[in-house]
Design a protein. Sequence first.
Length: 254
Amino acid sequence: MAERTYAILDIETVPDRELYDPERDAPKRESRGEATEESFPPPWAHRVVVVAILWLGPDHAFRKLGSVGLGSTDEPKILRDLAGFLDKEHPSLVTFNGRRFDLPVLALRSMRHGVPAAWYFWNNNAYRQRFRAELHADLCEELSDYGSVRRSKLDAVARLVGLPGKFGIDGSQVESAVARGELEEVRNYCQADVVQTMFVWLRYLLLRDALPLETFRARAAALRDALAQQPAVAEVIEKTDWDRYLLTETASGG
């Protein structure tokens, strides 16, 4: 059996203006007895423009960071290339809200274009099973007791452990950035998110006592050093409070 690898995954999307009609398709929610529209489109109406993956080896060693599709904005190509990677490698996935957003979007958009997505059904739907964190750790769910308490955003959880959280553009600005042709900025933003998700995940493994403290520190430091050489995410590394993240603060300081 091949050793397990890990793929930290995030997507960026824009509304599919060809298919999505806000007046017809926007979700409704009841508020004081009246239906009001929510501005966020349903999963099928999100056109995928970027899929970022940080790929780690069995001991969390850095393998690769990048965007799927070799810089293409062609959605079917992005989806085919992603399926090729996932169907070949079957990594354990790490996401932040991936079970409720990223994965359903990827599956529905694959259906839109007729792109096979066998990975979505792999191993008895392992990536979609809610309580199989060893194959898909959705940190948004894990850290909210599966929705029993208010869900935290990645920005907040990242800052909680000493990471910088969101900076530069945010998700609400992706559509306008794509329209201006600023795709490289969007790709860098998405890659910054997967890096911060990965570091949150390592702290989550420490929380679970799945990693001894010194092992956690060694692996996180090795990833820090490797990612510092990646121009797209170097600023994340620069802005992180490493004493706080690695829990090396003095007692008086922490």
